[in-house]
Design a protein around this ligand. Sequence first.
Ligand code: AMP
Ligand code: MG
Length: 399
Amino acid sequence: MSSDLLSFDDALAALLGHARPVTEVEMADLAAARGRVLASDLRSPIAIPDMDMSAMDGYAVRAAEVTPGARLRVSQRIPAGSVGHALETGTAARIFTGAPLPPGADAVVMQELCEPDGDHVTIHHVPAAGEYVRRAGGEVAKDAVVLPAGTRLGPAALGMAASVGAAQLPVRRRVRVALFSTGSELVMPGQPLPPGGVYNSNRFQLRALLEQLGCVVTDLGIVPDRFEETRRALRDASEGHDLILTSGGVSVGEEDHVKPAVESEGSLDLWKIAMKPGKPLAYGRVRAAAFIGLPGNPVSSFVTFLLMVRPFLLATQGARQTEPRALTLPAAFDWPRPDRRREFLRARIGPDGVELHGNQNSAALASTVWAEGLVDVPAGTAIARGEPVRYLPYGELLY
Ligand code: AMP
Ligand code: MG
């Protein structure tokens, strides 16, 4: 029955509503801060540049003194890292990129337009005041916020922090996640596969996704489909973790013990979400830890992680941006028979727009490897080639 299905948006909003941002803050050295979340606004204690600077190798002049073909005496030489002195009237200063302008100079003429002879230079270009000058404070004003609280520290943010002289940054502590896979059929890679066995792919997929998000992962391995073992694993996992993440066992079959086990140790809602892949998703709490149970099918657990767990973890980390930014692109496919659930199809960008992988089965991991993103197809909506679709690139989902 469709009436008992929860919409994707309602499920995500409910999940985000349960996220409790970690409050502990620690100082991280810049070199070790990649992937951490900034705990407070970073303000620049300096202006950048701190003085007017040359943006070129050339000659610093007073623009008003330069006439076409002017020949000026070169009165000083200022390499980067040195400070010159006031520019004598009617002269030029030899200057290099990144060196401060001498007081009195207001423009730089690039060396390609100048002809030096001995201690003089002929200037073949009449500059405007300010030409090739980086103004003091032009890039960053003193006391300006250069990184707001909640920024995830990637390479660009770390470069910015370093440029204002920060050696350490206040970051929220890492989110701690306990991970286990349920299923008596599961076998670890490296072991022989017995008849009916299935290699545990979710463990590696989910672990990598968690690590990519900067979480500390406690990997509890495989838990067989038995109530007591599931319950014991949950009890162990609730110690010292913000989140317990599991895969499998959240349907309502006889061998699905996650629901009763979580209920015996805490509380649980089992959601049937109107999304495909990934209909069943469990949310609950086990003591102090949040609990999320993902479906067992590898594609389903991958997609529900990206679309549900990732925003939840980003909110728990205190990140500003929790939702991926989508692109609107033309479909390079026809989708004539839509599902009544909202679908997230494995896709990538080709020359004519968004292309689909041929096998959208939620057990077939080949689609997730081939894909470079997901297409968000609204419930009950057919799509014809050339129509705009909402495309979520992996770049927005996998970092
Ligand atoms: P379940 O959600 O437990 O009913 O599992 C659904 C399907 O996913 C079954 O075919 C399982 O064998 C498979 N599956 C469950 N967990 C994993 C896992 N960790 N790795 C690979 N396949 C899995
Ligand atoms: Mg199972």
